[in-house]
Write a protein that binds this ligand. Structure first.
Ligand SMILES: NC(=O)c1ccc[n+]([C@@H]2O[C@H](COP(=O)([O-])OP(=O)(O)OC[C@H]3O[C@@H](n4cnc5c(N)ncnc54)[C@H](O)[C@@H]3O)[C@@H](O)[C@H]2O)c1
Ligand SMILES: [Fe+2]
Length: 398
């Protein structure tokens, strides 16, 4: 097979001030009975109110649902879906980071699909989504997940994380306005930015990478590489916030089309077992996974180094790949996130159960340019606990 499937969100408005297009989009859909699913922090900051002001002024009625938590667990989603089914809503507007947007996607789709969300989880599914549900407009307020352009919703389970995946979970309209990220605290800016960077890196080295996803990913890496530190250091830097928003959007498109891989696969158990926010669990693993697999994707890592602003003149691909790992490790440190699992108080003894859950993420591991065994995954977790970078045994590349 020599072709790829590209399935973008039908309409996107992106750039400073794009939020003003919301009212036009509401008018395009049936806005008679709107459900706004919003992160409660954004309501308390007055951001939600500003976003929906134009809707109120035009006389549209909406219910506001805010019973959400960051990194939503299955129960958060089940409760929302029960609520939605009682409401006869015709349109869902999601406002927030990936956590709120994923919930808005589930609300819009499961209003017309029966059963529990648990029946539809990727690792254990017994049912398939049948109905499209009602239209959804997604408005991200973090520069990270790319949830506004992907067809998944992520839920935290007791030991790991899992997704519900279907094209019906795609937004009908995405409104991507960097202005909405100005209030994101430094630590969340760092974590979400590292998530976006991980999306771009993993899509770029994915076995499913193609010229479309490569173009998107490289541009995302450039934008994030030049502005992540600035956005963390000074949240009022609107140019850096704008780069990060374009970067996370491009990274979202790239990974939606080429997939993420081993970093995400190993991050999910950290989220499930230790409740580490998604971006932070990716960030801490980036150097350890990339160092381990570098020989399987050295050329592409040289290109990543270049996109990050590094000079690869005169460097062999292997040397550039090693330098790329160093640069990525330095970046994670510079943005103030923990650089080892020990930094999250995760003991070395946890590596075994993390590896048991990590190997189950077959869908993600299948995109990694190197086939990882449970033993390999254990070694990566062990190196991430200790902070000592480890490479895959040379025999794996002979
Ligand atoms: N659907 C997808 O394609 C996809 C991809 C990657 C991750 N995810 C999921 O998304 C979730 C993480 O989303 P996230 O990283 O965007 O974080 P988040 O939505 O959990 O938000 C992180 C924190 O930032 C706050 N916040 C959000 N916007 C803010 C703003 N503008 N100002 C001030 N505070 C703000 C939130 O209240 C929260 O406390 C996880 O559950 C993850 O698994 C989804
Ligand atoms: Fe992610």
């Amino acid at each position: 097979m020599d072709y790829v499937r590209i399935a973008p969100t039908p309409v996107t408005y992106i750039g400073w001030g794009a939020t003003e297009k919301l009212i036009d989009e509401v008018e395009r859909y049936d806005g008679n009975n709107i459900l706004v699913v919003a992160d409660p922090i954004l309501v308390s900051l007055g951001i939600t109110d500003k976003i929906v002001l134009s809707i109120r002024q035009k006389g549209y009625k909406y219910d506001l649902y805010t019973d959400l938590v960051p990194e939503p667990v299955l129960e958060t989603g089940e409760k929302l879906v029960q609520f939605t089914r009682k409401g006869n809503y015709s349109l869902v507007i999601g406002i927030g980071g990936g956590s709120a947007l994923d919930m808005a996607k589930l609300a819009a789709v499961f209003i017309h699909n029966d059963g529990d969300l648990a029946d539809y989880l990727n690792l254990t599914a017994t049912k398939k989504i049948q109905q499209k549900g009602v239209p959804k407009i997604l408005i991200p307020t973090t520069a990270g997940t790319g949830a506004e352009v992907t067809n998944i919703a992520v839920l935290a389970l007791a030991h790991t994380k899992d997704v519900i995946m279907h094209d019906y979970l795609l937004a009908d309209t995405a409104i991507v306005d960097p202005q909405l990220t100005m209030s994101v605290p430094a630590r969340v800016t760092a974590a979400t930015g590292a998530d976006a960077l991980t999306h771009a890196i993993e899509a770029f080295i994915s076995v499913n990478a193609n010229p479309v996803s490569d173009g998107l990913a490289l541009q995302a890496i450039q934008l994030i590489g030049r502005s992540l530190k600035q956005a963390v250091k000074n949240g009022n830097n609107s140019a850096a916030r704008t780069d990060m928003m374009y970067g996370s959007y491009l990274a979202g498109l790239s990974f939606f089309n080429a997939g993420v891989g081993a970093i995400h696969a190993l991050a999910y158990p950290l989220g499930g077992q230790f409740h580490i926010p998604h971006g932070e669990s990716n960030a801490v693993l980036i150097p350890y996974v990339m160092n381990y697999i570098q020989k399987s994707c050295a050329r592409k890592m040289a290109m990543i180094l270049e996109a990050l602003g590094g000079n690869i003149t005169g460097l062999s691909d292997d040397k550039a790949a090693a330098t790329c790992v160093e640069q990525l490790a330095a970046l994670i440190k510079d943005i103030g996130l923990p650089v080892t699992l020990a930094g999250f108080n995760i003991p070395a003894t946890a590596a075994t159960s993390l590896a048991e859950d990590g190997i189950k993420q077959k869908r993600l591991l299948a995109r990694c340019p190197m086939t990882l065994t449970q033993e390999n995954i254990l070694q990566i977790y062990q190196s991430a606990v200790s902070g000592v970078l480890t490479e895959a045994p040379a025999a794996m590349f002979q």
